[in-house]
Design a protein around this ligand. Structure first.
Ligand code: PLP
Length: 389
């Protein structure tokens, strides 16, 4: 656990992205945080150490990242993990057998896999509701034993939004912990803690790292007691990142504000192009005025980002579009500088049972784009060629 310094917070986000949590190395003056590739730390004498004992508990490279991300999210305590799922698994360890967690029904496919195939075996209970509708959340609270509310917004891959402030109000009233997966937006575009969430988490594999060269996760909280419990779980269960991976994310966050601005510009252009070719009603992008929650997006987000989905109509149409692309690469994952294209039904959401996929609208024709920061004209030309070529 690393606590953000008050002095970090007086600067704007773009300045904090580059500096928060980092100081020149005291021994050499090195500008970049060193990669402390060590498992343990020498103690000065029996019972006397310099605050570090064993690297599962604390590592200075990891601490710099934790402070940096805590600062970006407007939080107080940051935690870094070995993956987004490792992070979520650790968060779920805050609960105990018999507790119920109410969740968004459209989540990254690995999330319900963790909940329904692993954590249910330890007595946790999950209720999936359409959290776009606050009344559905309210109704689910009556289910009994509810201790957590977990939302993803925008969702992967349907780009549904949940009103974070509205969900936070319900969570507070029912005294449940509100957890928000902020992976798609990043703290540049959306800061759930400022809207009342208790825990915000990320797959840092995505935008925070931004270069598709590591797997990681992070969580940020404001409350000291919650932080103490999270640190206890992190150290006890041990889903910590290695220092090199922590360093890669730390290098990524230095350009997060610049990359997100570029993703946003290209995302809007790709969404508009898809709306023109396929019809706006088939394109899921919160920045389009046709998105049913566009007003909410404008209220709680500071931009709309680079994630766009389109309903092409059939698996064949999806395959033709995807196979014809040259600049976009067919791949799982998202949030890197390079543009990727994904078929949720057979890739990221293949683990979601077919019936649930169908109910949600994750069809065989759905294609999801992670729009990168290449030249926007090249991206549109690539799409045009794939569709018509
Ligand atoms: N949350 C979202 C929204 C994701 O898209 C993903 C991965 O795609 C995860 C969580 C899981 O993160 P990781 O792959 O780093 O374990």
């Amino acid at each position: 656990m690393s606590r953000v310094l008050d002095s970090d917070l007086k600067y704007a986000l773009g300045t904090r992205a580059i500096h928060a949590g980092q100081r020149p190395d005291p021994t050499s003056g090195a500008i970049m945080t060193p990669i402390y590739q060590t498992s343990t730390y020498a103690q000065d004498a029996l019972g006397i150490n310099r605050g570090y004992e064993y690297a599962r508990g604390k590592n200075p490279t990891r601490e710099a990242l934790e402070r940096n991300i805590a600062s970006l999210e407007g939080g107080v305590h940051g935690f870094a993990y070995s993956s987004g799922m490792g992070c979520l698994d650790s968060i779920m360890k805050l609960f105990k057998s018999g507790d119920r967690i109410v969740c968004t029904n459209n989540l990254y496919g690995g999330t319900p896999r963790l909940f329904d195939r692993i954590l249910v075996n330890f007595g946790l209970k999950f209720t999936y509701v359409d959290t776009r509708n606050l009344q559905d959340i309210e109704d689910a609270m009556a289910g009994g034993d509810v201790r957590g509310l977990m939302i993803e917004t925008p969702t992967n891959p349907l780009m549904w939004l949940t009103d974070i402030a509205g969900a936070a109000e319900i969570a507070k009233r029912h005294e449940v912990i509100l957890i928000v997966d902020n992976t798609f937006a990043s703290p540049v575009l959306q800061r759930p803690l400022e809207l009342g969430a208790d825990i915000v988490y990320h797959s840092t594999t995505k935008y925070l790292n931004g270069h598709s060269d590591m797997i990681g996760g992070c969580a940020v909280v404001r409350d000291d007691n919650l932080a103490t419990r999270m640190q206890f779980i992190l150290n006890s269960a041990g889903a910590v990142p290695g220092p090199f991976d922590a360093w890669l994310v730390l290098r990524g966050t230095k350009t997060l504000h610049l990359r997100m601005a570029a993703h946003d510009v290209n995302g809007r252009r790709v969404a508009a192009w898809l709306a023109d070719r396929y019809g706006a009603e088939r394109v899921a992008y919160p920045g389009l005025p046709s998105h049913p929650q566009h007003e909410l997006a404008k209220k709680q987000m500071k931009g709309f980002g680079g994630m766009v989905s389109v309903e092409t109509g059939s698996r064949n149409a999806a395959a033709k579009l995807m196979n014809g692309l040259k600049v976009f690469t067919i791949a799982e994952s998202l949030g890197g500088v390079e543009s990727l294209v994904n078929h949720p039904a057979s890739m990221t959401h293949a683990s979601v049972p077919e019936e649930r996929r169908r109910d949600l609208g994750i069809s065989e024709g759905l294609v999801r784009f992670s729009v990168g920061v290449e030249d926007g004209d090249d991206l549109l030309a690539d799409l045009e060629h794939a569709l018509t070529g």
